[in-house]
Ligand binder design. Structure first.
Ligand SMILES: *Cc1c(COP(=O)(O)O)cnc(C)c1O
Length: 557
C-alpha cells in the first residue's frame, strides 16, 4: 500500500514545516485535539466497535483464505522513518485495517485450540478501554490510590484460593503495606523470577560481617556461607522461564538441574533424590525444588506433597509453578489434583491463562507475607518506605491495573462459574482423548490430566512397523513421522481454519525418543466436540497431501 508509505516519507512532506520548532496555531490546535475528548477519530471508533464487539467474526472475515506469507506482509513494514507530520487519520485507519488487523491470528476462535491464552469474556474489551483511558499506575499510591486497595483484595483472593488461611490471617496481612501476600507482574516468567529472587536473597541473609546477598552479591555470599554454588531442581518439563531465572539471578544456567519424569510426565522422586545426593557431594546448595502443577507441554502435575516433604527435609524452598494449571484450583471437583500446593513457600499463577484475563497478568504468591522483606526496595521519590506503594515488592516499576480485569472476572463469572468452565474443559479433553483413541491413524501420546493433551498422526501400518518391524528401520520411521507431524501442523496453521500447537517430548512408551506431538489446550468454552472431530478429519486430509506421507508409505511397503 504505497500511498501510505509515501505519507511516511519526509522527503515528500512540506519541507518548510520540517524545520519549524514552533508549530503554527493550526498545527498546535490539531495536536491538542488529539488529547481532547470527543474530537473526531470516528473511523477508529467504528473499527474498535466491530473488533471488540466480536473479535472472532472480525478475525475470520478472511476465513478459509490461506494465511499470507510473513515475507509478503513484511513489505508493508520496511520504512524506519518516524513520520514527520501526522498522517490523515482516515488513511491511517485504512492502513491499520487492511495491512495489519486483516492479518491477525484469530486466537479467540473456538477452532484455535493450540494455546493457553484463548477467548476472553465479553466485558473485558470495555474494561480495557476504561483502564487505558484512566491510565492508573500501580507502582505507587499517588497514581493509583483506590486501585491499590482493590489489587490487594484480589491478591488476597488468590492467596486464599491457594493457601486457604483463616480470617484472622487475612485481617492481619491483606492491607499491611510493609508486606505482600502476593504481587502482580507481567506473567509467569516474571512470577517465577520474583519467587526465586526472594528465595535466593533469603537464603543468604546478613550474618556477622557479611551484609547479606542482596547487598554484597552472590560471589561473596557463596564464600561467606561456604557453598560451591546454588541449584534449582525441576523436572525436565520445567518451563524455560526457569532457565532465564537462573541466568538473571547470576546462578548460571547449569544451576538449573533437570530431573527425569515418569510415564505420566511427573517428576521421578528417585531421580530427584539422586540429584540431591550429587549436589551434596559437590557442596552445591539446593536453593529450591520446583514442582510443576500443570506442565506447559503435557499438563502433568507433580506429586506436590512428596516434593513438600523432600523440601522440608532438605530445608530448601519449595516453589510451585502453576502458571497455567493454577486456575483449576477454582474447581471443587479437580482441586484435589493440587494437594500439597498449600505447602509451597511460593506459587506462580497466570491470570492470563485459564482465568481468562488479557495478557500481562501474572501473580506470585507468598505463603509467608514476610518473605517479601527479602526483595523490598524503596526509593524516596517513588516507592516510599512505610507506604502502601505496591511497587516496593515488585520487580517491575510502572504497571497497569490488570488486577481490575481479574477482579471483574471473579465478580462477573463467580467462583462457581469458573468451576463450571474448568470442569467442562477437562471433560472435553477426556472426550477428545477418547475420540483420538478410536481413530486408526491417530495416537494419543499424553493423557489429559487437566484440559491439555498431546497426540500425533500415525498411519496404522507405520504404527505396526514401529512396534514389530526390524530395529534397523525404526529410527528412519520415527524421524519421518516427526517430519510428517511437523508438516501437518504447519499446513494446518497456514490454511487458517483451525490451529493446534506442536512440541517435542520424550514419551516413555516410545523409549524416550524425541517425538513431535500435536498439542491441544481446550480452554475456549465455545469449542465443541464437532469442531474437534472435524479438525481430526482436516489433519488426516493434510497428512495425505504431505510429501512425508508418501515417504512413509514407501518405507513400510
Ligand atoms: C506459561 C507458563 C509460564 C510462563 O508464563 P508467561 O506468562 O508466558 O511469562 C511459566 N510456567 C508455566 C508452567 C507456564 O505454563
Amino acid at each position: 500500500m504505497l500511498y501510505f508509505l509515501d505519507g511516511l516519507n519526509p522527503d515528500e512532506a512540506d519541507k518548510s514545516a520540517l524545520h519549524t520548532s514552533c508549530p503554527d496555531g493550526q498545527e498546535w490546535q490539531a495536536l491538542l485535539d488529539q488529547f481532547i475528548p470527543h474530537a473526531g477519530e470516528e473511523e477508529l471508533l467504528e473499527l474498535e466497535t466491530s473488533i471488540a464487539g466480536d473479535p472472532v467474526t472480525y478475525c475470520q472475515h478472511e476465513l478459509n483464505k490461506p494465511v499470507h506469507e510473513l515475507a509478503e506482509l513484511e513489505k508493508q513494514f520496511t520504512s524506519v522513518i518516524i513520520p514527520e507530520l501526522p498522517v490523515d487519520s482516515g488513511t491511517y485507519v485504512r492502513h491499520l485495517s487492511e495491512d495489519v488487523l486483516n492479518h491477525v491470528v484469530p486466537v479467540s476462535s473456538p477452532t484455535f485450540v493450540g494455546h493457553m491464552t484463548s477467548a476472553l469474556p465479553k466485558h473485558l474489551p470495555a474494561l480495557g478501554k476504561i483502564l487505558t483511558a484512566l491510565n492508573q499506575n500501580l507502582v505507587k499510591l499517588e497514581t493509583s490510590h483506590v486501585l491499590t486497595a482493590l489489587e490487594r483484595q484480589v491478591l488476597g483472593m488468590m492467596h486464599k484460593l491457594v493457601y486457604n488461611r483463616d480470617d484472622d490471617f487475612y485481617q492481619q496481612w491483606l492491607h499491611n503495606g510493609n508486606h505482600a501476600l502476593a504481587t502482580f507482574c507481567s506473567g509467569g516468567t516474571l512470577a517465577n523470577l520474583t519467587a526465586m529472587w526472594a528465595c535466593r536473597n533469603q537464603l543468604m541473609p546478613a550474618n556477622g560481617d557479611f551484609a547479606g546477598l542482596a547487598r554484597e552479591g552472590l560471589a561473596r555470599g557463596l564464600i561467606h556461607y561456604g557453598y560451591n554454588g546454588l541449584a534449582i531442581l525441576v523436572s525436565e518439563l520445567g518451563h524455560y522461564s526457569l532457565k532465564k531465572t537462573v541466568d538473571v539471578l547470576g546462578l548460571g544456567q547449569d544451576a538449573l538441574v533437570k530431573v527425569a519424569t515418569d510415564r505420566n510426565g511427573r517428576i521421578c522422586i528417585d531421580a530427584l533424590l539422586t540429584q540431591l545426593q550429587n549436589l551434596r557431594q559437590r557442596n552445591i546448595k539446593p536453593m529450591a525444588i520446583v514442582g510443576i502443577a500443570g506442565s506447559t507441554e503435557t499438563g502433568s502435575i507433580d506429586p506436590l506433597n512428596v516434593l513438600a516433604d523432600i523440601a522440608e527435609q532438605e530445608q530448601c524452598h519449595f516453589h510451585v509453578d502453576a502458571a497455567w494449571g493454577g486456575a483449576s484450583l477454582l474447581s471443587e471437583r479437580y482441586r484435589h489434583l493440587f494437594d500439597g500446593i498449600e505447602r509451597a513457600d511460593t506459587v506462580t499463577i497466570d491470570a492470563h491463562k485459564q482465568m481468562y484475563v488479557p495478557m500481562g497478568a501474572g501473580v506470585v504468591l507468598f505463603r509467608q507475607p514476610t518473605l517479601t522483606d527479602a526483595i523490598a526496595q524503596h526509593a524516596n521519590y517513588i516507592v516510599r518506605k512505610d507506604s502502601k506503594d505496591l511497587g516496593r515488592h515488585t520487580l517491575e516499576g510502572s504497571r497497569s491495573a490488570m488486577s481490575l480485569m481479574l477482579h471483574s472476572n471473579f465478580h462477573l463469572l463467580g467462583r462457581r462459574g469458573f468451576a463450571h468452565l474448568i470442569d467442562a474443559s477437562i471433560e472435553k479433553a477426556r472426550q477428545f482423548a477418547d475420540l483420538i483413541r478410536q481413530q486408526e491413524d491417530f495416537e494419543l501420546i499424553s493423557e489429559p490430566q487437566l484440559c491439555l493433551l498431546t497426540y500425533r498422526y500415525v498411519p496404522s501400518m507405520v504404527l505396526q512397523a514401529l512396534r514389530e518391524g526390524p530395529e534397523s528401520a525404526k529410527q528412519k520411521l520415527h524421524d519421518m513421522l516427526n517430519a510428517l507431524n511437523q508438516n501437518i501442523q504447519a499446513m494446518q496453521w497456514t490454511a487458517g481454519k483451525t490451529f493446534v500447537s506442536r512440541t517435542s517430548i520424550n514419551p516413555a512408551q516410545w523409549n524416550r525418543q524425541p517425538t513431535t506431538v500435536l498439542r491441544v489446550v481446550l480452554a475456549n468454552p465455545l469449542t465443541t466436540p464437532e469442531i474437534l472431530e472435524d479438525m481430526l478429519e482436516e489433519q488426516r486430509q493434510l497428512a495425505l497431501q504431505s510429501p512425508f506421507w508418501q515417504t512413509l508409505q514407501d518405507l513400510v511397503s
